[in-house]
Design a binder for this molecule. Structure first.
Ligand code: UD1
Ligand code: CA
Length: 454
C-alpha cells in the first residue's frame, strides 16, 4: 500500500508562524500522529505533500525513525487537494492501492483505516460521517444508496447542502487509475481549485466501485483548523488515554485532569491524583501513588513508591518504596535505590542515592554518589561547580551530615563519618570520625549593642 498525507495547507486560522501540522497534540506534532498511525498499516512508503513551512515540516519528522520511509513532496503553489495528490503521483507504486490521509486529522485510528482498505478492495472507498452540522464539508451524494459523487459546500445547491453525510477526506484509491483521473480534473468550480473529490464521479462513471465506510467515532475524522479545535482534540485524546488507564486498573482521582504526552505504563493498583503531566516514556510499578500536580518525564518509578504532590521528575530511575516530595525536583541521571526519602525542596541531579538514605529537607545533591543509610541534614549543598568544571562528591555508607553543610567537590566522606552542622568541607573526611569546620563559639561578657547617635 502507498500512503499519501496531504499537509500543504497553510492553516491561516491558527494565526501562527508554526506550520499547522507541526502544532503539538499530546506533545507530538499533528503530522507525527498521522505518520505513526499510517505506519501501523506497514505501507511500502509514506508520501507527505508539504508546502507551508517547508523545511521545518521535514526537519520536525526527520528524527522519527520508523519502518516505512517518508518521501517528501513539495506542492507549490497549493491549487487544491487534487493538485496535491498529483504531485505525489510519480512516487507511488502503481500495483498497490493508495490511502489518502490529512496531516491535520490526527486522531484517525489504524483499525478504521484497515476497515476502509478492506472495503475498497480493488476499487475506491471513502470514509464518511453523518454530522448534525455539515457546514463547510463536501457532501456525499448517493443514488439508490450508492455513492455517486461528492459536492463541495461552496458548489452545492440547497438540496445538496441539506445532506448530512460528509466526506472526511480520507479515502482509498486504485493507484493505477489515478493518473487518468487526476489528469481530467478541472478547476472550474467555486474555489478555482483542483478537487480530489471529483475523482469519485469519474470512478463511478467508469464502473469502479466506491464504498462508504464510517468510523467508530466522529472524533477520529475531526481536523484541526484553529487553536480551539486543537484544544478540543487534545481533550478527546486525553480522555481516551484516561479511559484506557482506568480500563487497565489505574485509579485516577479525576480522568479529566491527567495529561499523558507520550506513553505511561502502569502496574497494578497505581493511583494518580489530579493535574499530573506525564511526558515521554514513563513506567510506574505496582502500588505507586502520584500526588497532585506532579510532572514526570522519561522516568521509572518502582513499586510501592509514593510521589507526594508538586514534584518534578525528569530522566530518573526511582527505586521501590521511596518517598519523594512534596516539592522535590529530581533531575536527569538520578538513580534512587529502594527506601530512599527525598523531601521538600530537595534537588537531586546526576546522582545515585543508596538504599535507606534520606535527604528530607532543603538540599542540593548534584554529581554525587551517596551510599546506604546516609542522613543528609537540612540545608546541605554539594558545591559541584567551580565556575568552570563540575566535580563529584562521594558520600559513603552510614554517613551523617549535619545541617547547613557545604561539600566542596571533589570531596569524599568516608564510611560512618559525621559532619558537624555548618561545616564547609574542602578536603576528604575520614571514615568513622567527626569532621567539623567551624569557628569556635565565643561569648563576650559585658558586650553592649551600639545605640543610635542623636
Ligand atoms: C476537503 C474536502 C472536503 C472534505 C473536507 C474534510 C476537497 C476538495 N474537499 O475540504 O470534501 O469534506 O476536506 O475536512 O478535497 N491540502 C493540500 N494542498 C492543497 C489543499 C489542501 O495539501 O492544495 C491539504 C490540507 O493541508 C489539508 C487537506 O488537504 O490537510 C484538506 O484541505 P482543506 O483546505 O482543509 O480542504 P477543505 O476545503 O476543508
Ligand atoms: Ca479542512
Amino acid at each position: 500500500m502507498n500512503v499519501v498525507i496531504l499537509a500543504a495547507g497553510q492553516g491561516k486560522r491558527m494565526y501562527s508562524d508554526t506550520p499547522k501540522v507541526l502544532h503539538a497534540l499530546a506533545g507530538k506534532p499533528l503530522l507525527a500522529h498521522v505518520v505513526d498511525t499510517a505506519r501501523e498499516l506497514s505501507p511500502k512508503r509514506i508520501c507527505v505533500v508539504y508546502g507551508h513551512g517547508g523545511e521545518a515540516v521535514r526537519e520536525s519528522l526527520s528524527s522519527r525513525v520508523g519502518t516505512s520511509p517518508i518521501t517528501w513532496v513539495l506542492q507549490e503553489p497549493q491549487l487544491g487537494t487534487g493538485h496535491a495528490l498529483k504531485q505525489a503521483l510519480p512516487h507511488l507504486e502503481d500495483s498497490a492501492t493508495t490511502l489518502i490521509l490529512y496531516g491535520d486529522v490526527p486522531l484517525i485510528r489504524g483499525a478504521t483505516l484497515k476497515r476502509l482498505c478492506a472495503a475498497a478492495g480493488a476499487g475506491m472507498a471513502v470514509l464518511t460521517v453523518e454530522l448534525d452540522d455539515a457546514q463547510g464539508y463536501g457532501r456525499i451524494v448517493r443514488k439508490a444508496g450508492a455513492i455517486e459523487r461528492i459536492v463541495e459546500q461552496k458548489d452545492a445547491n440547497p438540496a445538496e447542502q441539506a445532506i448530512r453525510e460528509v466526506n472526511t477526506g480520507i479515502m482509498v484509491v486504485p493507484t493505477a487509475k489515478l493518473n487518468a483521473w487526476l489528469g481530467r480534473l478541472s478547476n472550474e468550480n467555486a474555489q478555482s481549485e483542483y478537487y480530489l473529490t471529483d475523482i469519485v464521479a469519474l470512478a463511478v462513471a467508469e464502473g469502479t466501485s466506491v464504498s462508504g465506510v464510517q468510523p467508530h467515532a466522529v472524533w477520529e475524522t475531526l481536523g484541526v483548523n484553529s487553536r480551539n479545535q486543537l484544544a478540543e482534540l487534545e481533550r478527546v485524546y486525553q480522555g481516551n488515554v484516561a479511559g484506557e488507564l482506568m480500563g487497565r486498573g489505574v485509579t485516577l482521582a479525576d480522568p479529566a485532569r491527567i495529561d499523558v504526552r507520550g506513553h505511561l505504563g502502569c502496574g497494578r493498583d497505581v493511583t494518580i491524583d489530579v493535574n499530573c503531566v506525564f511526558e515521554g516514556e514513563v513506567a510506574l510499578g505496582d502500588r505507586v501513588s502520584i500526588g497532585a500536580n506532579c510532572v514526570v518525564k522519561n522516568a521509572r518509578v518502582a513499586s510501592g513508591t509514593r510521589i507526594e504532590p508538586f514534584c518534578h521528575i525528569e530522566d530518573a530511575d526511582i527505586g521501590a518504596n521511596c518517598r519523594v516530595g512534596p516539592y522535590a525536583r529530581i533531575r536527569p541521571h538520578t538513580v534512587l535505590d529502594e527506601d530512599v526519602h527525598v523531601g521538600n525542596f530537595v534537588e537531586v541531579k546526576a546522582s545515585t542515592i543508596g538504599k535507606g538514605s534520606k535527604a528530607n529537607h532543603l538540599a542540593y545533591i548534584g554529581d554525587s554518589e551517596v551510599g546506604r543509610n546516609v542522613n543528609v541534614g537540612a540545608g546541605t549543598i554539594t558545591c559541584n561547580y567551580d565556575g568552570a568544571n563540575k566535580h563529584r562528591t562521594v558520600i559513603e555508607d552510614d554517613v551523617f551530615i549535619g545541617s547547613d553543610t557545604q561539600l566542596v567537590a571533589p570531596v569524599r566522606v568516608g564510611r560512618g563519618a559525621t559532619l558537624g552542622a555548618g561545616t564547609t568541607l574542602t578536603s576528604d573526611a575520614p571514615e568513622g570520625q567527626l569532621t567539623v569546620s567551624r569557628a569556635k563559639q565565643v561569648s563576650i561578657r559585658g558586650w553592649k549593642r551600639p545605640v543610635k547617635t542623636k
